[in-house]
Design a binder for this molecule. Sequence first.
Ligand code: FMN
Length: 328
Amino acid sequence: MFKIGKINIDKAILLAPMEDVTDVSFRLICKELGADVVYTEFVNAEGLVRASEKTHKKLKIIEEERPVGIQIYGSNLISMVNAAKIAEEENPDLIDINAGCWVKNVVNCGAGAGLLKDPIYLQSLVKSVVDSVSLPVTVKTRIGWDFDSIQIVEVAKRLEDAGAEGLVIHCRTRSQGHKGEPDWSWIPKIKEVVKIPVALNGGIMTAADAKSAFEQTNADAVMIARGAIANPWIFREAKEIVEHGRILTEVTNELKIKTCIRHLELSLPVKGDRRAILEHRKFYSGYLKGMRNASHTRMKLMQTTNMNEIREILLSFLEELETSQVEN
Ligand SMILES: Cc1cc2nc3c(=O)[nH]c(=O)nc-3n(C[C@H](O)[C@H](O)[C@H](O)COP(=O)(O)O)c2cc1C
């Protein structure tokens, strides 16, 4: 059971925090498509403490997306405590501490997966944050720094002792980055030593993967990152197969294309037109996957920064698909 604060969901399916991806528009789309809990991208603690407007904007959440977690990252204990207090003012359902980011400039400052190099410090940092806010605090981490230093079972116990109310385990080491096979076998080992909910992350690209993850590990939740970029319907599909053993039929091209447009429309006011349009490019291959001549349309979409043109390109592509279907 994924029970954290007011959240109480059996076999929960979570949308992972992803930088420049999980803004409010994508969180809303995934929520509508069945995600049980969504997370903001990681928010820099030092930026929050400095009152950077750009960083502060990343904290904005809206009622319709609840339950939602705000994720913060940093290595300095005082900054993390103050950042958590600032995040708490936005009233998310939980605050998540990032102890898993593998990116060089993050770990070189001792943040993200860098925190795994000193589990005692990580424990005291988490305890200080827990003691300073009244919201539940969770931690998202990896199984270890590299294959020679996997200490996740001990680390998980330390995090529970520090007062973390839940854990998300990305079942890869820091040295694997986002590649390589995740090792889900750590989840049952962790669950043997902690009572708090444990979510499995890493390598869930299809609904069937979500089902296998629950069956193989008895995780309380699974968290999906790249699989959701490729196919936001994965949440609905995973729920159906996990809860009822049913495989959903294909989503129509019309629904995919209209959702793609709506997703972009939702992000325009949040990011401003130009940035929203540029950042939306990473979603086209997912939304248009499997459609005839999609690559040609994708190329056209990559060349424009005009919203009306994008709408026009996508809607006439839909028309083409529908006409060719009738002709066939
Ligand atoms: C584009 C991108 C941005 C990411 N940003 C974050 C982040 O802000 N915070 C975080 O904890 N993990 C971040 N991650 C890692 C994912 O949350 C997840 O742990 C990782 O992708 C493994 O899950 P997957 O195999 O389902 O993709 C990011 C991953 C991607 C692909």
